[in-house]
Design a protein around this ligand. Sequence first.
Ligand code: GLN
Length: 534
Amino acid sequence: MTTTKYIFVTGGVTSSLGKGIISASLAKLLQARGYSVTIQKFDPYINVDPGTLNPYEHGECYVTEDGAETDLDLGHYERFINLPTTQANNVTTGRIYQTVINKERRGDYLGKTVQVIPHITDEIKRNIKLLGEKHNYDIVITEIGGTVGDIESLPYIEAVRQLKWELGSQNSLVVHLTLVPYLAASGELKTKPTQHSVKVMLENGVQPDVLVLRTEHPLNIDIRKKVALFCNVNIESVIESIDVSTIYEVPLLMKEEKLDITVLKKLNLTENEEPKLEKWRQFINKLKNPKKEITVGLIGKYIELPDSYKSIMESLIHAGSVNQCKVNVECIHSEKITDANVAEKLKGVQGIIVAPGFGQRGIEGKIIATKYVRENNVPFLGICLGMQCAVIEFARNVLGLKDADSTEMSKTTTNPVVDLMEEQKGVTEKGGTMRLGAYPCDIKKGSKVFEVYNQEQIQERHRHRYEFNNAYLDKFEKAGMKPVGFNPDTDLVEIMEMPEHRWFIGVQFHPEYKSTVVNPHPLFVNFVKEICKE
Ligand code: GLN
C-alpha cells in the first residue's frame, strides 16, 4: 500500500496571489514525473457550496462531472492536470459544519459539548484525507482558501498543524505563498510582509516548509538569503514566482526554480525521470507565436469581473493555441446593447459568444446581439442561457411569436419556448437543485456539430433549470433552426444549430468546463478556426 503524502498550500499577505495556479503547477510537475496526484480546495466561507453565490462575489461557479458546484480553482486544477475533479475536491466551512451539526442531531456526540476543536478540526482532517485514502494517490495537494490571519481560516490552519504532527515531516509539508512588493520610490523589493505572514503561521503553530514569493521583479540571492534566515527555511525552499504573461507558463517557471525537486526531497520521494512536458511546451509555443489575430465578443452581464467567465476565457486561450491564433476577447455588457447601437457595439468583433446567466437583467441585450449576428452571418456560440436567447430571438423574429420568452423571464408569456424542466417544477430550495453535472447527448449525423465533435454521443456538463420547450420542435426545425443534439433518456434538446448560417450553434450545456490544455474543447477550437478563415 502506498502512503499518501500531503502538501498544503496556504497564502499570506493578500488574497489573489494565485494559490490555485501554484497548486495546479506543482501538481502538473509531480504528475509529469509519474506520480498520481490530486488537488483539493478548502474554502473558509459558510455557504455549503459556491452555487448560491453571485459571480461578482467569487467569480465563476465551476461544475464537475458529478454535478458539484465548486470554486473556480477546480477549473484550473482540471485544465492543468487533465483529470476530472469531484465534489470531494471542494469542501467549505458550511459543508463541514453541516456534517458536524447533522451528527450532533443524530446523537453521535451524545453527552459531549460540540466544539471547534476537536469536532470541526477533526471533520476538516477527515475530509482532507478522504480522497487520498479512497484512491491511494501518491500525493494530495490541499489548497487552503483565504489568507492566514483571517478569523475564518483558523480551524483550517489548526487542522494542518495537527496533520503535520500526525503524519510526520516526510509525509506532509506546507507551501506558503506570499508577496514581495516592489517600492518604486526607493527601488526596493520588500520582504517584511513575508516575514510577518510567516510569523502569523508560527503563532498558529505551523512552520512553512517552502515559501513561494510572488514578485514583479527577480529576487536576488541576498533577498532569498534574508527570507530564508528570517523565516527558518533553507535557501532552496525560497522559490521565486515572477509575474508572467500567461498562467500556463507557471509550471515551467516552477520547474526552473526546482519547486518539484525541493518538494520531492522533503517528502523523501525519488525524483524519477525529468518531467514530461513536451505537449505543454508545444501548447505555449503556439500560444506565444500566433500567426493570426482575431477578436471575439463575449456578451454577458457580469463582465466587470473577468473571473465570472473564467472557463470560457481559458477555453478560448486553448482554442487559440490550437489554431495558432491570438484570440482577443472584447467583453460587451449585455445591459448596454440596444437596437440602435448593436451594430456599433459589435463593430470590432468577428464572432460572438453569448454567455450563461440567470434572471431578467441583461437578457434583452443578449437577444438583440443574437439577432444581429444571425442576420449578418457572424459566427455565434450560445452557451446555456446563450442558447435559450437564440431560441427566444428566433421565435420572436422568425416564427413571429412576438411575446415568446423563457418562463424564467416572463411567467405570463403565451409562447413559453423555454420552460421549466418537468423535474424542476416542485423544487423550491436553491442550493444544489439545478440540473447539474455530466449528461449524455446524442448528435445527429450530418449536422455541423457532428462535424465538430466527430462523435455520435458526447458527455457534457450542465447547470440550468430551464430547457427548450419540445412543443415548438417542428416549428423551429421547419424554419431553419435545427435541434441536433438530444439527451437519449429524456429527449431534452441540448444543441440547436442553423445550417444556413455560417456558424451558429447554441448549446444547453457548458463546454467550457471540459476544455483543458491537453484536450482543448472541439466547439471552441472549431469556432475560432471558422473565424480564422476570414
Ligand atoms: N438561467 C438559465 C436556466 O436556469 C440558464 C442557466 C445558465 O446559463 N447556466 O436554465
